[in-house]
Ligand binder design. Sequence first.
Ligand code: HEM
Length: 493
Amino acid sequence: MTPEPHSLTDTDDTALSPPPGCPAHGTGPGGLRRLYGPEAEDLGAVYEKLRAEHGAVAPALLHDDVPIWVVLGHGENMHMVRSPSQYSRDTRLWTPLRDGTVKPDHPLMPHIAWEPICCHAEGDEHLRLRGAVIGAMSTIDHRGIRRHINRATQDLVNKFSEDGRADLVGQFCEHLSMAVMCEILGMPDEYNDRIVHAARDMLKGTETAIASNAYIMDVLTRLTVRRRADPGEDFTSHLINHPARLNDKEVGQHLRVVLIVAYETTANLLANVLRVVLTDPGFRARLNGGQMTVPQAVEQSLWDEPPFSTILGYFAKQETELGGQRIRKGDGLLLGIAPGNVDPRVRPDVKANMQGNRSHLAFSGGPHECPGQDIGRAIADVGVDALLDRLPDIQLDCEEHELRWRASISNRHLVELPVRFAPKPQRDVTVRPAHTLSAQRPSNGQVGTPQRQTRASESAVPPTAPTPTPTPTPEPAPRPGMFRRLQRWWRGD
Ligand code: HEM
């Protein structure tokens, strides 16, 4: 379909909104659909209406009826993020911000306000800032992090395993992502309920959000001061000492971006994967039957429920054309991750399994493509695997339709994920795994891992046995699984 060429600036010559009850309700000036308010409670449905009406790129309205293009096509989103000469992440280019249409108290200001961070930078400045982030990330010991994820999972499960019930969002997903990120940044002692609460509060944008942001910035500023004086082998020290020579403000802002982006996205991803495992009988059967691995389940979830559903935004640097629409210099475009992932041109059957296909938009693409995706995937892979290993009989503790969601333009996430299971004793996370573990595990709790054979959680603690060499040695006859566990420990899986 070739949509009628449209211009966002055409919205001036418009009629008033139709009254409630009118079929056109939910639209604003110019008859454009709103992406906010009660009409937009199901944004997925709004995007499909927009796709039917306009094709791959549709005009719509943000809060205060600020015009925006929504990029709905998979290819159009990819083209946009990969064309830095035409589209920028620098919010200062956006006409409605320049001409005062977007007021300083606009509800989306936290996404819009320009900051000296890699997310908003381009060209050489982007290379400098992102280079420092990537340089610091490249020093992360991925094998050590996978062990830490497993250990943190065991600690968290110990807190509720004897109760027989838990809320996985509040007691597991949000805590696991924060615990891992505090370890990576080099501040494991700062991981506690308060920092989890502050991050959650900040993202909810409640009246205490400013105080919560100040608390997190204070923690990160103190960390920066400590690491400047006494560097260690952590992300923060490497960020500070990177040849890009970030100043203290830049270090603090990038630590905040990394902490908050990682916390929010991985907590959402964990909850999404666990919800599907708990509610979709086919999905669980495929996992238990060995046709699907946890990493494949994670990838499927990145297609179906990407942790960021959209990103605000990209901004046109020149007059151009996208998806048949005429885009003017200074127009804003919403990176449509969720609608792009269900573009019928790439997914004619949205129920079809995307096994093996990683071309979803969850991590975006182009120069700003998420640099933390391996860490996000590792937290989800190891965390879900280890949780299912501890609680193989876990079940949803409510009807599926009773689950509550909180939706915003940037994401849609579960408020709670109540589960029940037979109470289990705590596990001592300091002892190395028993060699007979896999033989003891009930078969209905086994997550199929055809390629991996064993589970991530079994590499909890390095065995004290002699250090294995990378060259495979003949397996001696011993208890089943031991050699593979040693191999996996060596690989850091
Ligand atoms: C499942 C988890 C994650 C998802 C779905 C995700 C997704 C994204 C997306 C969509 C972007 C925006 C790209 C754009 O502007 O076009 C982004 C940027 C970014 N992410 Fe992630 N992310 C995840 C985990 C992480 C983690 C764990 C870290 C850090 C350890 C991280 C660090 C960053 C940074 C620094 C940027 C800005 C990059 C730039 O602008 O150059 N992310 N992420």
